[in-house]
Design a protein around this ligand. Structure first.
Ligand code: TRP
Length: 331
């Protein structure tokens, strides 16, 4: 039997280059070898958007289309919607018994999100415990591998602990899943911030048009201490060069630009224009596939409902086993 992958995202906006290098790129190559599932985590998205649920529901199809646009093949990858699988909610409640409040409060990703979202000391329970629900997302399918960005690693660790704890108490039901981080676990933002993130407004989206892309690239942060093109510049930590190294396949051109930049022999404009060309070339096939799906909204809906139907069958199998080992399968 093929090993299983489960990963996904909260549908709160379109996906960007950071998602691509952190996880989407791995999904595209791994779908050949694995039985891959993508969760559109609308219930998790509600944990910090419960007052604006339309923001979540509107983005379900967008996120599905971004996944399809990068090259996920619905014949090989199953895409489903979290809220359509009630077994995940059921499992979350059973897992909540296995996690302490103090363990949850030590999760660094949740901690920094609580800060960003200005919850202060009144963190809603749903948000506080979303890592438990994420463990259910992963374990209800008994996934072996979870390709994610670096920020998700604490959640995978928590998931592994829950799986071990459940297996110890009730008997072995769950695999201990592994995380897989992309070659660039965290992508710098266009503004030089350490992380590309929607809330920071420093993203290049996979669906950006050529004009939007050009505008963003030309306004990118570079070496702030370099005033004239003849000043020697810094390549390390410079987002324009970081993107060149990741997205420009012409390694000779990149090397030449780096050399000239370090010696004050090239202006920012030329470096940025070349980055724009490279990114535009990278994004064009993604935009084209996206257009294909945008023109066929019914096809996207069908892919989601077929994916959900397939996932439900698997969910019930694991849930039956869970209830059996706990001893709550009354007949
Ligand atoms: N927490 C992830 C994010 O913010 C989304 C997510 C939900 C997820 N369930 C998951 C990721 C299961 C991997 C596996 O993007």
């Amino acid at each position: 039997m093929k090993k299983r992958i489960l990963t996904g995202e909260r549908p709160t906006g379109k996906l960007h280059l950071g998602h691509y290098v952190g996880s989407l790129k791995n999904r595209v190559s791994l779908q050949e070898k694995y039985d891959q599932y993508i969760i559109i985590a609308d219930i998790q998205a509600l944990t910090d958007n419960f007052k604006t649920p339309e923001k979540v529901s509107h983005n379900v199809c967008e996120v599905a289309m971004d996944n399809l646009a990068v090259g996920l093949d619905p014949e090989k990858t199953t895409i489903f919607i979290q809220s359509k699988i009630p077994q995940i909610a059921e499992l979350t409640i059973l897992f909540a018994n296995l996690v302490t409040m103090s363990r949850l409060s030590r999760n660094p990703t949740v901690k920094s999100e609580i800060g960003e979202k200005n919850f202060g000391s009144s963190v809603p329970l749903g948000f506080f415990m979303y890592p438990v629900s994420q463990a259910a997302d992963i374990l209800f399918l008994n996934a072996d591998l979870v390709p994610v960005g670096e920020d998700q690693l604490p959640h995978i660790e928590q998931t592994r602990e829950i799986a071990r704890s459940f297996n110890n108490i009730y008997g072995k039901v769950f695999n201990i899943p592994e995380a897989l981080v992309g070659e660039c676990p965290r992508l710098i933002g266009t503004d030089g911030n350490a992380k590309m993130s929607k809330s920071l407004g420093n993203c290049i989206y996979l669906s950006d048009s050529r004009d939007e892309l050009k505008d963003k690239v030309m306004r990118m942060f570079t070496d702030p201490s370099r005033i004239h093109p003849t000043d020697p510049g810094r390549v390390e930590g410079n987002p324009v060069f970081i993107y060149h190294s990741i997205f420009n396949p012409d390694k000779e051109e990149v090397k030449d630009l780096e050399d000239r930049y370090k010696h004050g022999k090239v202006g920012d404009i030329e470096v940025k224009e070349k980055l724009f060309f490279a990114l535009d070339k990278f994004l064009e096939p993604i935009r084209e596939r996206r257009r294909y799906y945008e023109e066929k909204p019914n096809l996207v809906k069908e892919i989601l409902s077929e994916g959900t139907r397939k996932t439900e069958i698997e969910a019930q199998k694991v849930m039956d086993k869970v209830k059996e080992v706990i001893g709550i399968k009354y007949t």
